[in-house]
Design a binder for this molecule. Structure first.
Ligand code: PMP
Length: 354
């Protein structure tokens, strides 16, 4: 605590991102990054932009990138917003759509931990909705009086996916509130709700280039929804920083949408490796939650997840452990290459034998 901090800064409980250790080389399966590099076209575009005019500010309207995303997803540019990672769009959304007074915003009790942090930052009341014992989202509960709804689909860190059509009821029952579907992991097996935005003006779908496009380091995410929602986001953005996406990121992100074959190939490989790893873990007695994401959420009936986490780390394999009620005996394991998963499985085999 410092006397220089504002009351707001003193009150915050910030998000703690997964480790990015520098002490040694790990098989890094802890932050859901893609094990494959981005498309060569992305790198080419970034090089081109670097040779361009970095002296000048980037386009504050991000119009070329927005047009590219709009064409790719079959919507109009007025329905698209881009941000510095989807985290930034989530932060802007809390300010743009949720209020400090009135009903609480709803999200699952086990979900992306940044939602609570944004609620704290903007003083938004929230209520968590408990997932059932299988980590399924109780959709009926999301229709109770609320100040808005937000959840990832597939959920994080459980990896469970809810069939998109099942959200229709939630959207109808919340006509006057914004429902945000955070689709950070949708490309690994789910069907996006973008197809519903023309029917539901209260639906905002947020996606990222960090996972399925292998661009966590570039920091680009996007949101698709009714033009009024997009305008709300732009009002917040332009009260904060008009140049959230730099010239390199604008060029690289646009190029990522031009290489469909590469995207499909790398995504297919991640999914195949996920299924192979899940089958082996089940054979070894793990409970493995059905995953539609690029990670697995797993628990062993006899070995404490915190111990497994520590022993894996000693052997140079980094996974994610959440010391939180209900999930403190689970590990979240990002999907790497087949070779990386073999290292993980070998280390796990050694640990379980002891
Ligand atoms: N939503 C969820 C559910 C996530 O797990 C993540 C990644 N930590 C994000 C959003 C943010 O991703 P990014 O800011 O890299 O787009």
């Amino acid at each position: 605590m410092s006397p220089y901090w504002s009351d707001l800064a003193a009150s915050l409980v910030p998000y703690v991102p997964g480790e990015q250790p520098k002490d040694r080389t790990y098989v890094k399966l802890n932050t859901n990054e893609n094990p494959y590099p981005p498309s060569p076209r992305v790198l080419e575009a970034i090089r081109g932009a670097a040779n361009g005019d970095l002296r000048l500010y980037p386009d504050p309207t991000c119009s070329a990138l927005i047009r590219k995303i709009a064409d790719y997803h079959g919507v109009s540019p007025e329905q698209v917003f881009v941000g510095n990672g989807s985290d930034e769009i989530l932060a802007f959304s809390f300010a743009a759509f949720f209020n400090p007074t009135g009903e609480p915003v709803l999200f699952p009790d086990i979900t992306y931990s940044f939602y609570k942090v944004y609620a704290g930052l903007y003083n938004i009341p929230y209520r968590t909705v408990p997932l059932d014992d299988e980590f399924r989202v109780p959709l009926e509960a999301l229709g109770e009086p609320n100040g808005g709804v937000i959840l990832p689909n597939p959920n994080a860190p459980t990896a469970r996916y809810v069939e998109t059509e099942l959200f229709r009821d939630v959207l109808t029952r919340n006509r006057r509130k914004v429902v945000i579907l955070d689709e950070a992991y949708i490309d690994f097996g789910g069907r996006s709700a973008i197809g519903l935005v023309n029917e539901y003006p209260n639906l905002l779908v947020i996606q990222t280039l960090s996972k399925s496009r292998s661009l966590a380091g570039l920091r680009v995410g996007f949101a698709i929804g009714h033009p009024d929602l997009i305008e709300g986001l732009n009002r917040v953005k332009n009260s904060f920083n008009s140049y959230t996406i730099d010239r390199l990121a604008l060029a690289g992100a646009a190029a990522a949408f031009e290489d469909q074959a590469y995207f499909e190939e790398t995504t297919r490989k991640v999914v195949a490796t996920r299924e192979r790893t899940a089958a082996i873990l089940k054979e070894r007695g793990f409970r493995v939650i059905d995953s539609a994401a690029n990670f697995l959420f797993v628990s062993h009936p006899e070995r404490q997840a915190s111990d497994l986490f520590g022993e894996l780390k000693q052997r140079g394999v980094l996974v994610r452990y959440f010391n939180q009620p209900r999930i403190d005996n689970y590990l979240r394991v990002s999907i790497g290459t087949d070779e990386e998963m073999d290292v993980f499985l070998r280390a796990l085999g050694e640990i379980l034998k002891r």
